[in-house]
Design a protein around this ligand. Structure first.
Ligand SMILES: Cc1cc2nc3c(=O)[nH]c(=O)nc-3n(C[C@H](O)[C@H](O)[C@H](O)COP(=O)(O)OP(=O)(O)OC[C@H]3O[C@@H](n4cnc5c(N)ncnc54)[C@H](O)[C@@H]3O)c2cc1C
Length: 431
């Protein structure tokens, strides 16, 4: 019955054309899946791609049309672990021409002359990380889905309700005034920081809004950026410069909320003049490319990541301060960890939606995410501070980072994502 409705609905036609164009076949998608992933952002897409050869049937449901999702003016620090996860999936080679390597990281504290430099010899890798525009990652992950015959891309369709039963979750999907039901053994919420699914099932969160907001923009400097990433700690918040292809730079300017709003409201010339006071002269004149955006900054951690038939990943489970550019990397690691847990359970004939299975994922990821959330919070508080003993303490810390090799190694490995358990996907033989 449902199949019949499905076959004649516009949603089904959208499914069919997506499936046809992506896979070169004309079959209607089934309405029963092993796994339904809600949210086709970078994290949800990574999970679906990582499950390519799992034998699990997957519906990946995304509310926003492709152009709206892809055009989001965001750019990310993609750490080494995330790049290795993408490599393990088989999508990194395609992403690589669109991303920029980071060959040096410079940390500095206001006007203190001691700059901490992390370079390639410190890690003995060809890059310390990468910087990518949102659309580059999204485009390549979406293209990769076309090679995943077990994944049905359901878009633009919104999940409006979820009904949890003992063995199955029933999702109601909506497109315009048509609705549709899909069943799956497990629901994965990759639906972002406001996660309607997390809220609907009543999973509590811990956290706070920071006193700061973030202004982000693309800048083209006059001189080459030389693949250097900067994190400059100022009293009112960290200021980051990330190198992108085409000698573009992404700035992430954190400031108290009112000040950030005032920065956003400046006209272009005033904005560039103020920016120069943060940016410095090392790259010559600056040109603003595209729009500026303002983002609220929050720390949020879900009390639980799982319950029977449900797992939260990415921003649906946690959000952190943008210092260090860790947010999306935590989500990519969640996706790789959950994929590993689900593949193992499936191979062993276990129920992928059972709480016992999902707890393996929660135990793996919750503590690791806590560490990064706490670390980014600590960094922001430590550096946005002018109390003399704290200033002395952090400058001692910077000195140790620059001069004590083991301390430098610990900090660097934490930043690039190599300090915790590595998902199997990221363990590539040749490294
Ligand atoms: C200023 C700023 C700078 C940042 N810089 C960095 C950085 O340098 N490095 C880094 O790692 N991270 C950074 N982050 C964090 C990063 O942006 C997020 O961690 C990341 O985008 C989260 O991805 P996600 O896939 O979990 O969620 P999202 O990208 O929010 O995706 C959720 C998806 O779910 C869909 N959805 C929601 N509800 C439904 C529904 N009911 N039905 C169907 N679909 C639904 C949405 O349309 C959306 O596409 C930054 C964040 C900010 C604010």
């Amino acid at each position: 019955m449902v199949q019949e409705f499905a076959a004649h609905s516009p949603i089904a036609q959208e499914f069919t054309s997506q499936s046809r164009s992506q896979r070169g076949e004309a079959a209607l998608p089934a309405l029963d899946y092993d796994l339904a992933i809600v949210g086709g952002g970078i994290v949800g897409l990574t999970l679906a791609c990582a499950l390519k050869e799992s034998g699990l049937t997957i519906a990946l449901i995304e509310a926003r049309i492709e152009s709206a999702a892809v055009s989001r003016g965001q750019a990310y620090h993609v750490n080494l672990l995330s790049s290795r996860i993408f490599e393990g999936i088989g999508v990194w080679e395609k992403m690589r021409p669109g991303v920029n390597p980071i060959e040096q990281i410079r940390l500095s504290d206001q006007n203190y002359p001691g700059v901490v430099r992390f370079g390639l010899p410190d890690l003995k890798t060809p890059a310390l990380g990468f910087v990518s525009e949102h659309r580059v990652l999204l485009d390549e992950l979406r293209a990769f889905l076309a090679q995943c015959p077990n994944v049905t891309w359901v878009c633009p369709v919104e999940v409006v309700s979820s009904e949890f039963q003992a063995d199955v979750v029933e999702l109601t999907l909506k497109q315009n005034d048509q609705s549709w039901t899909v069943r799956s053994r497990l629901l994965v919420a990759a639906d972002g920081a406001r996660s309607p699914i997390r809220q609907k099932v009543g999973i509590e969160t811990f956290g706070w809004q920071y006193w700061q907001s973030c202004v982000v923009a693309f800048i083209r400097p006059e001189k080459p950026h030389e693949n250097i990433a900067y994190e400059r700690f100022q009293q009112d918040g960290p200021f980051a410069i990330l190198p992108l292809p085409g000698n573009l730079c992404r700035i992430v300017w954190t400031a108290p909320k009112q000040e950030a709003e005032a920065v956003l409201a400046l006209n272009e010339a005033e904005f560039l003049a103020k920016l120069k006071t943060r940016y410095g002269d090392q790259m010559g004149e600056l040109e603003l490319v595209g729009d500026r955006y303002l983002f609220p900054v929050q720390l949020m951690h879900s009390q639980r990541y799982v319950q029977s038939r449900l797992a939260l990943i990415g921003d649906a489970a946690h959000c952190c301060h943008p210092v260090g550019g860790q947010g999306v990397n935590l989500g990519i690691r969640d996706a790789a960890a959950l994929a590993e847990v689900l593949k193992t359970a499936h191979q062993q004939g276990k129920d992928i939606g059972a709480l016992r299975t999902l707890r393996h994922y929660e135990r793996w990821r919750k503590l690791e995410n806590w560490k990064i959330l706490a670390f980014t919070d600590f960094l922001d508080r430590l550096f946005s501070n002018s109390i003399l003993p704290i200033v002395i303490l952090r400058r001692c810390g910077l000195w140790m980072l620059q001069h004590l090799y083991p301390v430098k190694q610990i900090a660097l490995r934490l930043m690039v994502g190599l300090s915790d358990r590595t998902p199997k996907l990221a363990k590539i033989e040749t490294r």
